[in-house]
Ligand binder design. Structure first.
Ligand SMILES: [Zn+2]
Ligand SMILES: [Zn+2]
Length: 327
């Protein structure tokens, strides 16, 4: 089978032996496609993973072979996430499921940018679903990224009708804004790229070019999806005293929020990382119901073009890359 493997900060296509069940419970799936996540790019560019790693986790796949106690069967078309919390440790008990050590260890093998993938029984039981029929495969691939946003919205614990500002309207920002709306918030989005501002507006959500924001905006919460250090002063400018800043991406300089600013303004700065099984369930419902729209967001690339997909993403030429492997 073909895979895209990490090699010294790049992805190269490598032929490896087919993934097989080999007596394990679970399923071997054929990957129809896999979304390219911003975190895949960060891992690659900052050498956070070993050579030989197969990245990719936003898969839509068909079951080829299965040995499972679940209702899934051969030829089912599924979506799945990659990590599963144990539900028993201190992290899980305190609601930090994505910090659970079991969560971090579990994964689909070898990774989504592969023709064949092993999805364990634990995945099938906890985080896999049939692809909803009313969604195209690239739309269903937003199952996991939208769930990350759902989790962030829940963690912010905002009162209904709170004003939430989303800084950065890449695919995640656009999902975040829609998730916030679905949870009853007044949402404003901003980005430096006008086409993204227009996209959010076309979805019925107020949006501004960051340079043209009115100073009167006072947000109960600011959601940081841009991945830029420059967004931090913007967040501090627009969050109201006593408000919240939800950190949702890494930034290159890893610079931060100042102690005294947090103290004197009584701000809450909190992070949200990766979704729980219940966030995933909610995400699929939001996609299925059309409350969160993702139609036409994806640009398709073949596996061999994955490096181009990464470059196009980095250059903001596209909103979201979907690596298409099979029909
Ligand atoms: Zn992702
Ligand atoms: Zn746990």
């Amino acid at each position: 089978m073909k895979t895209a493997q990490v090699e010294n900060g790049k992805l190269i296509i490598k032929e490896v032996e087919n993934e097989k069940l080999n007596g394990r419970k679970g399923a071997i799936v054929r990957v129809l496609g896999c979304g390219l996540c911003g975190s895949d790019i960060v891992k690659l560019r900052h050498n956070l993973v070993k050579n030989g790693t197969v990245l990719g986790h936003e898969i839509v796949a068909r079951i080829l072979e299965i040995d499972s106690e679940t209702d899934f069967k051969k030829s089912d078309l599924i979506v799945t996430s990659h990590h599963i919390p144990c539900g028993k440790c201190e992290y899980c008990k305190n609601g930090n499921v994505s910090m659970c050590r079991h969560f971090k260890q579990t994964n689909i093998t070898p990774g989504g940018f592969s023709e064949l993938v092993f999805v364990s029984e634990e995945h099938l039981k906890n985080v896999a679903y049939l692809k909803p029929e009313n969604l195209k495969e690239d739309e269903a691939a937003f199952y996991e990224p939208l769930a990350c946003c759902v989790r962030a919205v829940k963690r912010a614990k905002l009162a209904q009708n709170s004003t939430a500002l989303v800084i950065g309207l890449g695919s995640i920002g656009i999902l975040m804004a829609q998730a916030l709306r679905a949870f009853g918030m007044n949402v404003i989005g901003c980005d430096l790229i006008n086409s993204r501002v227009e996209l959010l507006k076309s979805l019925g959500i107020e949006a501004f070019n960051s340079y043209q924001m009115c100073d009167s905006i006072s947000a109960d919460a600011v959601f940081m999806t841009s991945g830029s250090d420059k967004a931090i002063p913007t967040a501090l400018k627009y969050v109201r005293d006593g408000g919240k800043i939800l950190v949702f991406s890494s930034t290159p300089d890893n610079s931060g929020y100042f102690n005294n600013e947090i103290y004197y303004r009584e701000l809450t700065v909190l992070g949200s990382y990766s979704p729980s099984p219940s966030d995933l369930k909610d995400s699929l419902e939001l996609l299925k119901s059309g409350e969160v729209k993702v139609k036409g967001f994806s640009t398709f690339y073949e596996l061999e073009q994955i490096q181009k997909a990464i470059n196009d993403t980095l250059e903001n030429k596209i909103l979201k890359a979907y690596i298409k492997l099979f029909d």
